[in-house]
Design a protein around this ligand. Structure first.
Ligand code: TYD
Ligand code: MG
Length: 464
């Protein structure tokens, strides 16, 4: 007989224990354990695994395995195709993650329009869309507004994965969309939909279906307040491709960022704008995040490199005396620890005491900057705010900061500078570059100031 057991599972990282714990020993989060019931069915020697999911076991020598050219289905949404490395690979399992309301359902729905037009084996690709979160009526309403009503798009409101397998048998789709993984469940697991065990098991089942039947699968997952993909990190390990949809849902811009890709690189980003008619691609995004009027104390502009794209961002800093025992440090759009590190460098190397000052910094545009080339711009924006002196007009600032206060080289300086020149910048504060790079950048019509220390950068950047 099936034996009913219970276990406590951390909903953040998937750590399991027999009894309740207040703090997870694995991920150090508090209050994340919930009780999950498991039914242990003993497998007798005669019982066979379900033929739905079992595959033929093969052992081959690596030399004997023949590589077939991976078929990629291009979505014809250029920004998405670039992030995926040229389209969805047939039979792959991708996870599209993002905050609720960011536009994940809208993106996949718009994608189905082009996918359904692709001909494969003389037939249009069939897409099965599992609307576990909304009713098919709601999806239809949105599809109508977005003018996405292809012939070979099937909707189902089935949320039980075991039943979904039956529907796959009937419809035989080439593409499967699960919206969302937190709302589907597997009947063999007793805990509720959205729990770690359910998410893990459902993804497992979907992965095996994808591989065995060559169904290209996209699962949608919500992210938690902490910014992790809700539920276990195991989800990230299991899938072939993880794409994050980021941005501020109250603003228009969205960035699609690949954080894992078994079939391509992970450096590319895609940029979209949410309009009334759905997501619109931004093919030349360098200037999109810049809503810059004239220099003001506390503002600095940096050129970052995202994949093959150069994006310009404005960093704003506000420094003022504090009313608290511990001064406040707030970072929006960039890493909090990086802000602390830059403040420490300023205090030590410039001798500016910020221990009685609150420091707020914000990246304008609602998009997070991830690469470290913004350190110098961040430091200069803080110093500019403290001294109440603006940074000189039309100046772009590029450079990473080392703990010794040195300004470090960042990749692709020449590309960042030429993009800044195209957008009308006149001056650039950059790290010291080699002879080779020097010969490349001397043709760019910018006044270039090369600095090796923060103190030199201050002289070069602040007006007066
Ligand atoms: P949605 O795709 O439902 O988000 P998710 O699936 O990530 O939860 O998108 C939700 C938001 O997008 C919603 O607040 C309204 C906005 N939106 C538009 O502005 N224009 C549109 O054409 C669509 C479809 C949505
Ligand atoms: Mg949705």
């Amino acid at each position: 007989m099936a034996k009913v057991k219970s276990k406590w599972v951390c909903q953040n990282c998937g750590y399991e224990t027999a009894s309740y714990l207040g703090r997870c020993p694995e991920c150090a989060q508090f209050g994340t354990f919930i009780e999950e019931i498991t039914t242990n069915v003993k497998i007798s020697e005669n019982s066979k695994p379900s033929n739905l999911l079992s595959g033929e076991t093969k052992i081959s020598k690596i030399k004997d395995i023949e590589l077939d050219e991976k078929i990629r289905f291009k979505t014809n949404i250029e920004e998405l195709d670039r992030v995926l490395g040229g389209g969805f690979v047939q039979g792959s399992l991708s996870l599209l993650a993002g905050d609720p309301g960011i536009g994940k359902s809208t993106l996949v729905l718009q994608t189905t329009k082009n996918i359904c037009e692709i001909e494969y084996n003389n037939e249009n690709l069939k897409v099965l869309y599992i609307c576990a979160e909304e009713s098919p009526h709601q999806v239809k309403l949105r599809a109508k507004r977005l003018e996405v009503e292809p012939d070979s798009l099937y909707l189902t409101n089935q949320t039980c994965i075991d039943e979904v397998i039956n529907q796959i048998d009937i419809i035989k789709p080439d593409f499967l969309i699960v919206d969302s993984i937190q709302s589907v469940f597997c009947s063999s697991i007793a805990s509720g939909a959205g729990s770690v065990s359910q998410i893990r098991e459902c993804t497992n089942v979907l992965m095996r279906i994808a591989k065995q039947r060559n169904i290209t699968t996209v699962i949608i997952g919500h992210v938690t307040k902490e910014g992790n993909i809700a539920g276990p990190k195991v989800l990230e390990h299991m899938v072939d491709c993880v794409i994050n949809f980021e941005g501020d849902k109250y603003k228009q811009f969205r960035i699609l960022r690949c954080i894992k890709n078994r079939f391509g690189t992970i450096s590319e980003v895609g940029v979209f704008k949410m309009e009334d008619e759905g997501l619109v691609e931004i093919n030349t995004p360098s200037q999109m995040f810049l809503d810059f009027k004239e220099p003001a104390p506390g503002s600095a502009i940096v050129a970052t490199l995202e994949g093959s794209r150069i994006l310009l961002h404005e960093i704003q800093a506000l420094v003022g005396s504090t009313n608290y025992a511990n001064p406040r440090r707030v970072a929006v759009g960039l890493e909090y620890n990086r802000l602390l590190q830059v403040i420490a460098i300023i205090e030590k190397k410039i001798g500016l005491n910020l221990s009685k000052q609150d420091v707020y910094v914000n990246v304008v545009g609602g998009i997070d900057i991830i690469e470290p080339s913004y350190d110098l711009a961040l430091a200069l924006s803080i110093i500019s705010s403290v001294r109440d002196i603006p940074i000189t007009q039309d100046t772009i600032i590029i450079g990473e900061l080392g703990l010794l206060g040195e300004v470090r080289y960042v990749d692709n300086i020449e590309r960042r500078l030429s993009e800044a020149y195209k957008l009308g910048f006149k001056r650039a504060i950059i790290p010291q570059v080699s002879e080779k790079i020097n010969s490349k950048i001397k043709n760019i019509d910018l006044e270039i100031v090369q600095v090796s220390k923060v103190s030199q950068a201050i002289k070069g950047a602040l007006q007066g």
